[in-house]
Write a protein that binds this ligand. Structure first.
Ligand SMILES: Nc1ncnc2c1ncn2[C@@H]1O[C@H](COP(=O)(O)OP(=O)(O)OP(=O)(O)O)[C@@H](O)[C@H]1O
Ligand SMILES: [Mg+2]
Length: 371
């Protein structure tokens, strides 16, 4: 048997080999192209990943909440900037937070601040790690407290207003009967006694008026009045309070001075100012009330030579419940302010802090509300 390949067969085998190697060469070319393409894709994906992780890091490091990752041994793996700001030099700050090991939301007072701490645990590379989100909620908590206090104050105010309203009528009757009784008395001791009662009643009445104004919305009915009519009424009402102290009182209000106001409310303002002046002066004190009028406004000025008001107290004067008196309610000036502002006017103090005080009420001539 002849085993040798014929020339024809060899040629065919060679041709087959050539075409097979061409296919391989072609396929290799494709593969090479594919690999290059994949390489490019990987490169751009890696770049994108690096970008993303940079972005994530920047977000975590700079987010508004404190953030920290801690391993099971308590080693800090990551801590962002705001958390470093919170902790500052306080070594115990971080310990206080790490103490919480169970997932949940906690509220902790650390130093003078209140923090909300959200704890979570996650598996990271087959190990358990804890994440801590830390927020300073001091301001929110204080606002909540303030709101709660305001609601309580409002309720107390409403209650006080109801009581004040109920007291007012019998008080009026007692005052009336006392005045009638006073006229029939001859004995000086009895007269002094009734005068003291009337004085006390007027003080209570003034407190009640202030409480009532404090709790209601003021609706002023502005009309044209003589300043003297208003001031005379108040002085008549308050004269009992001045008797005991031997106060030299001067009413220098111009006879023709005009003011645009709600007379009842303005009386209360002047009453509160005069009350304060009477309380501030010692024996032989001096109180002067006068007025000024021009085309734009009318001013009523109450001046006394009492104890004066320190400059640093000026800012607090018109805030409700700010008082320096053992029995004061601290409502007088805040009510005065509220009423004057309702008139579109102004009220301002002047004092050297020790020898005199001057309050000026200024109401506009052609205010918004003038009828
Ligand atoms: N003429 C004044 N001289 C000195 N201090 C004054 C004068 N007027 C007000 N003050 C100071 O301002 C504070 C606040 O006055 P305000 O009239 O609002 O409250 P009060 O007089 O203390 O209490 P209330 O008027 O409710 O009885 C007073 O406690 C007092 O210290
Ligand atoms: Mg007062």
């Amino acid at each position: 048997m002849d085993n040798s390949l014929s020339i024809e067969e060899l040629k065919k085998a060679f041709n087959d080999f050539t075409s097979a190697s061409k296919v391989i060469e072609q396929t290799y070319g494709f593969l090479k192209e594919e690999i290059n393409h994949l390489k490019d894709e990987l490169k751009s994906k890696n770049e994108r990943l690096a970008e993303l992780s940079l972005l994530l890091e920047s977000i975590v490091m700079n987010m508004r909440s404190g953030f920290m990752v801690v391993d099971i041994k308590g080693q800090i793996l990551l801590k962002n900037n705001i958390l470093s700001n919170y902790s500052g030099d306080d070594k115990h700050f971080i310990e206080n937070i790490i103490n919480e090991k169970y997932p949940g939301i906690y509220e902790r007072e650390i130093g003078e601040r209140i923090f909300k701490i959200t704890v979570d645990s996650i598996d990271f590379q087959n190990k358990k790690v804890f994440t801590y989100l830390v927020d300073d909620v001091t301001d929110i908590k204080n606002l909540e407290k303030e709101k709660h206090r305001d609601e309580k104050l409002k309720l107390m105010g409403e209650m006080a207003a109801n009581i004040a309203h109920e007291i007012r009528n019998p008080l009026g009757s007692i005052e009336l009967y006392s005045s009638v009784l006073l006229r029939s008395l001859k004995n000086e001791k009895d007269i002094n006694l009734i005068n003291s009662i009337i004085k006390g009643l007027k003080t209570i009445n003034n407190i009640i008026s202030n409480i009532l104004v404090f709790n209601r919305d003021i609706n002023v009915d502005i009309r044209k009045h003589y300043v003297s009519d208003i001031v005379d009424d108040v002085v008549l009402y308050l004269r009992h309070l001045m008797v005991g102290k031997k106060i030299e009182f001067q009413n220098r209000v111009g006879d023709d001075d005009i003011i645009y106001c709600d007379s009842e409310y303005l009386k209360q303002v002047i009453m509160n100012l005069l009350h304060n002046s009477i309380e501030s002066v010692e024996e032989k004190g001096q109180i002067i009330i006068y007025s000024n009028e021009d085309d734009i406004s009318t001013k009523i000025i109450v001046e006394d030579n009492g104890c004066g008001i320190k400059k640093e107290y000026f800012d607090k004067l018109f805030i409700p419940f700010q008082t320096n008196k053992p029995k004061g309610t601290g409502l007088g000036l805040s009510i005065a302010y509220k009423i004057v502002k309702e008139h579109g006017g102004n009220i301002y103090p002047e004092s050297d802090g020790s020898t005199y005080t001057k309050f000026t009420i200024e109401l506009p001539k052609r205010g918004l509300y003038v009828k």
